[in-house]
Design a protein around this ligand. Structure first.
Ligand code: LR7
Ligand code: MN
Length: 569
């Protein structure tokens, strides 16, 4: 489940910030386009008029972004949760609230208590409300798919879209019911929504999973732009126009709002730190990473500036409908949940588009610790299989890094047929993953081999060397290329085209042509019982664990059962 970005004042996952090289400015900022996107930043538009109507100083064909400020003055200002304030469960309702937690893995009791059209604070950075957008923005279909969503959370999501989107730009809201089991999501939902002509409910007759459910929604959408949202969100003041402005500027821009945090416990609406990019770490874990302070200062990046992201979080974005279709939408072979955000991100960047976060567009999302719905098959396996499909299609030689960090998948995962996806990539003439790393995500550490150097045994003061096509054990010499090996992510000990290999059940060790997925050539580099790390063979027919050792008498190599006291291993 996606990690919540830190609410203001809290720290992000420390490990993802550590050692991050400052991103090249060009990959973060979209500098030249700033002026084009927001000519209203010109002096003369600093008035504090609230209604966002056309005013003196606006450029021809443009208007100040509409705030729909009526939603800041709610029907019932004293209702619980109003303005996004936290709500406490009354003492005599604790049990009820607790027993209802599982309904959505958040506080469903409180969600029901607060108004479905509550006001939330306008959290946009200063300057956003003065920005100018074009009068001829494209209209959008909002697509929200859900399975067994909490009633009030779903309604609040829909109301936030209806009341905070300029009607002209909202073509429709398509609710895709991914075969929910809850009764209220059938007739009762249809009845409730029938009073809003723009809201359409599509009931899927079998569980599609969120990826194929979104595709089913996209299929019937009529807007020029598709805007995907989760079903437990609250769109904030002025959220839509800045997203559509980016798509209008260039149809290959995919625009994401800043995702703010609706607390799963007290339903409060919290803003998040600025300057966060969507990134991933191996093996394709999504995360947020702050742009380093020095980069912000050096490039004079402002809070309202567009942030280019290596990957998107997944749930909330606007994309030109025709462009989405040209990209082949999502790989329909992805099941239930997960990985589709990586797929669409790599696809967009490598095939000529861009992923952006638009700081003037803000949408709250209820972050929770676990999926509240069941997975038809095993959850972990489903997500891993999705990721492996993405790795196989998009990562080129770098897929070894994925498998190196999720090695158990190398021999166990069945990714299914990928021919359509591979053909699509060829047809679109997409760039390589190497290009992506270089140009979009240069701060990711992605060395193609895990380590390289000598294989030494300290006790015998010698190193393994290649002599022709066989092995020797000789005096270490850092200058000798014969002693140089690579340790690959697939756990091969490689010298050129040859790999260190147990020669069979007898325990001899030699060289064989390398093969990436061959377990009998794989070696685990690890320390057994706190001695120096050694090489443990992964050969399926050797007794485990079997360690590489030097036969001191013959100075030959062999594998034997691991023994922490044996200093020749
Ligand atoms: O089988 C399913 N069918 C569905 O219709 C499973 C889920 N869904 C619906 C579900 O009801 C919800 O509305 O799909 C939507 C997303 O599911 P969540 O809310 O369980 O996902 P999430 O918020 O935990 O996870 C994030 O990553 C997902 C990876 O597949 C999706 O891309 C989600 O849309 C995405 N959410 C966000 O980007 C919000 C910010 C989270 C972060 C970081
Ligand atoms: Mn979600």
């Amino acid at each position: 489940t996606g990690a919540a970005p830190g609410p203001t004042g809290t720290k992000q996952d420390g490990h993802e910030q550590r050692g991050a090289a400052p991103a090249a400015a060009g990959t973060v900022l979209d500098g030249q386009e700033r002026r084009e996107a927001a000519p209203g930043a010109a002096p003369g538009t600093t008035g504090t008029v609230q209604d966002g109507q056309e005013q003196a100083g606006s450029s021809p064909g443009m208007h100040r972004v509409l705030s729909m400020d009526a939603t800041l003055a709610p029907r019932d200002p004293r209702a619980p949760g109003q303005f996004g304030h936290p709500v406490a469960v009354p003492d005599d309702k604790q049990e009820e609230a607790k027993s209802r937690w599982k309904e959505g893995n958040f506080n469903a009791y409180l969600s029901d208590l607060i108004p479905v059209d509550r006001a939330i604070a306008d959290t946009r950075p200063a300057g956003c409300s003065e920005q100018q957008v074009h009068d001829d923005l494209p209209s959008t279909s909002v697509i929200m798919c859900f399975v067994d969503e909490v009633w009030s959370a779903l309604l609040r999501s829909v109301h936030s879209v209806l009341s905070r989107s300029p009607p002209r730009l909202l073509e429709e809201i398509i609710l895709v019911d991914d075969c929910s089991s809850k009764e209220y999501l059938k007739q009762q939902l249809d009845t409730y929504m029938s009073r809003f002509p723009k809201v359409k409910v599509l009931h899927l007759r079998e569980r599609h999973g969120l990826i194929r459910a979104r595709l089913a929604g996209a299929e019937i959408a009529t807007g020029a732009v598709l805007t995907f949202l989760d079903s437990h969100v609250e769109c904030n003041v002025g959220w839509l126009e800045p997203l559509l402005e980016r798509v209008r500027l260039r149809r290959t821009k995919v625009a994401c709002p800043v995702i703010e945090v609706i607390s799963d416990r007290d339903m409060s609406y919290m803003t998040v730190d600025n300057f966060q990019r969507g990134i991933f770490t191996w093996p394709m874990n999504f995360g947020w990473r702050q742009i380093p302070q020095e980069v912000i200062e050096k490039n004079n990046i402002k809070e309202t500036d567009i942030i280019r992201c290596p990957v998107m979080a997944g749930g909330l974005f606007s994309i030109d409908k025709k462009y989405f279709s040209e990209l082949g939408m999502y790989d329909p072979g992805l099941d239930v949940w997960g990985g589709e955000n990586m797929e669409i991100s790599f696809k967009v960047w490598m095939c000529g588009g861009e992923i952006e976060i638009v700081p003037c567009s803000r949408v709250g999302h209820i972050f929770r610790n676990d999926n509240p719905y069941s997975f038809p098959k095993d959850r972990v396996r489903t997500v891993e299989r999705n990721l492996a499909r993405v790795a196989e299609v998009w990562l080129d030689e770098y897929k070894e890094l994925f498998y190196g960090h999720a090695y158990h998948l190398l021999h166990s995962v069945d990714v299914g047929d990928l021919s359509q996806q591979i053909q699509l990539r060829q047809r679109l003439r997409c760039k390589t993953f190497r290009w992506y790393l270089h140009n979009v995500y240069p701060d990711l550490e992605a060395p193609l081999v895990k380590a390289s150097g000598q294989l030494a045994n300290a006790a015998l003061a010698g190193c393994i060397a290649v002599q022709g096509t066989s092995l020797a054990f000789e005096e270490c010499d850092t200058k000798s290329t014969n002693q140089k090996f690579n340790y690959t992510w697939l756990r091969l000990v490689q010298h050129g085209e040859l790999c260190l290999a147990p020669a069979g059940v007898l325990g001899a060790v030699g060289l064989r042509p390398c093969q990436g997925r061959n377990r009998s050539l794989a070696w685990l580099h690890r320390a057994l019982a706190s001695v120096q790390p050694g090489l443990v063979s992964d050969h399926p027919r050797l007794p485990q664990p079997a360690c590489l050792e030097v036969d001191a008498a013959f100075r030959a190599l062999r594998v034997r059962g691991c023994d922490p006291r044996n200093r020749h291993q």
